[in-house]
Design a protein around this ligand. Structure first.
Ligand code: 2U9
Length: 432
């Protein structure tokens, strides 16, 4: 048993001794010699356990006195022995308690981390700690010693709890500081370069064109790339067996499905799903069996459609001229040439004046000296197409247009081979 607890236990023994001595003194009062001797012997026995030679000596003298039946002397000796035992042991308990508290506090202050601190808390304040043992012993102490020893034990508990709290706060602070230091970011280090992507040249043109039409209030519509024969051809006034079908170099799939050859089916779907007015722009991937420096099997298209009351060819021309200026520059001019498409009547092609030389350079790389660039096809929506989607061609008219943003990008950025756009070569793509 540790010293603090051992001292408390000794004090409990002393109280037993004092009780024996009191009984001996009682017996002495009645001059009962044999009883003295017996009581005194027991007192001496108890004193031995105390291991305090002074007590033992006093007890021995008490026993001696008892032998000579000197009752009053014995009683006096026994009383003094009892007093001394309780006083001396109490002092020792108090001294031991403060030594114990000091040692424990020093250990707590030296705890290196919260885990060690918790170990110390269990050691000093836990169920099998000295303090708990001492508190249990208090009940066995002489009544007059209980408040003092109990007080000493409670004070020791309080002091240690306080010390643990203080150390816990210190350690939490130290551990937090260490963590912050370990996690610190050196903001002066150069950053890790993050490879930055850029927009594909075709997509830059798509964005510019779509932005222009969205600015006019058009909505953007998209649709499937695998289409039915009906949406890709029949609804667009190209019935089965019509020669116009063979001109489109279509990729045919199973079960009457095709890879769409234009985004026109998206406009058909839009008109079937709503009543006029319709103002839509339809960007997307389209497919034709074609491969040379100016044709790839997959290419982008932007088509658009405006159907409303009183739409005329001049609306078409004004709208597309403004679009050309938005994409190629404020100075470009446009001209219309007559053309033919199955789904528009009349049909036109729109040329843009060369945005590089303006027609002044016979050796211009972009227009090859022509001064004009073919930019898009367009026309007034054929009444047969309006009828097909359930719009009354007597009440509504519309214009439609279609353009190839890949081709437009080739002209705009001076790229001679369209195939470069779709090979995914970063050396090419990084230039945009
Ligand atoms: C509906 C009615 C009419 C769309 C149009 C063109 C003219 C045209 C080509 C441009 C270059 C295809 O990408 S390209 O090869 N397109 O010339 N497209 S009129 O007319 C429509 C579309 C939908 C319902």
């Amino acid at each position: 048993m540790a010293r603090f607890a051992r001292e408390a236990a000794r004090l409990a023994d002393a109280s037993k001794f004092a009780e024996q001595a009191r009984r001996a003194a009682e017996a002495a009062k009645h001059l009962d010699a044999s009883k003295f001797a017996e009581q005194a012997r027991r007192a001496a026995e108890a004193a031995k356990h105390l291991d305090v030679s002074k007590f033992a000596e006093r007890a021995r003298r008490a026993a001696e006195a008892a032998k000579h039946l000197d009752a009053s002397k014995f009683a006096e000796q026994a009383r003094r022995a009892a007093e001394a035992a309780s006083r001396v042991d109490r002092e020792q308990v108090v001294a031991e308690a403060s030594r114990f508290t000091e040692q424990a506090q020093a250990a707590i202050r030296a705890a290196k981390n919260l885990a060690e601190l918790e170990r110390l808390r269990i050691e000093y304040l836990g169920r099998s700690s000295q303090l708990t043992e001492v508190k249990k012993l208090v009940r066995e102490l002489p009544v007059e010693a209980r408040p003092e020893v109990g007080g000493v034990a409670n004070r020791a508990s309080r002091d240690l709890e306080d010390a643990i709290k203080v150390r816990a706060e210190e350690l939490a602070f130290i551990e937090r500081e260490a963590r912050l230091r370990a996690e610190a970011v050196d903001v002066t280090l150069p950053g890790v370069p993050y490879p930055k992507g850029s927009l594909h040249p075709s997509m830059r043109v798509v964005d510019e064109v779509v932005d222009f039409f969205v600015g006019l209030g058009y909505r953007v519509a998209e649709g499937p790339e695998v289409e039915t024969d009906y949406y890709n051809f029949t609804a667009l006034n190209i019935p089965p067996g019509h020669p116009a079908r063979t001109m489109q170099d279509t990729f045919f799939l199973d079960e009457g499905l095709v890879l769409r050859t234009h985004t026109s089916p998206v406009q058909i779907r839009t008109m079937l799903s709503q009543e006029p007015p319709v103002y839509v722009v339809c960007p997307g991937r389209t497919y034709r069996r074609d491969s040379d420096p100016t044709h790839t099997p997959m290419f982008n298209q932007i088509e658009g459609l405006a159907v409303d009351r009183g739409i005329t060819l001049s609306h078409l021309k004004g709208t597309l001229a403004a679009m050309a200026r938005h994409v190629f520059g404020e100075d470009v001019k446009v001209r219309l040439r007559p053309s033919y498409f199955q789904f528009t009547e009349p049909s036109v092609e729109l040329d843009v004046s060369c945005f590089v030389c303006g027609g002044s350079d016979p050796k211009c790389k972009v227009c090859k000296g022509a001064g004009w660039l073919e930019m898009l096809g367009a026309g007034m929506v054929d009444p047969a197409v309006l009828e097909e989607v359930g719009y009354d061609p007597e009440e509504y008219t519309g214009f439609a247009f279609g353009m190839g943003p890949d081709r437009m990008a080739m002209a705009k950025y001076g790229v001679a081979d369209l195939r470069l756009f779709f090979e995914g070569d970063l050396r090419f793509l990084r230039q945009f």
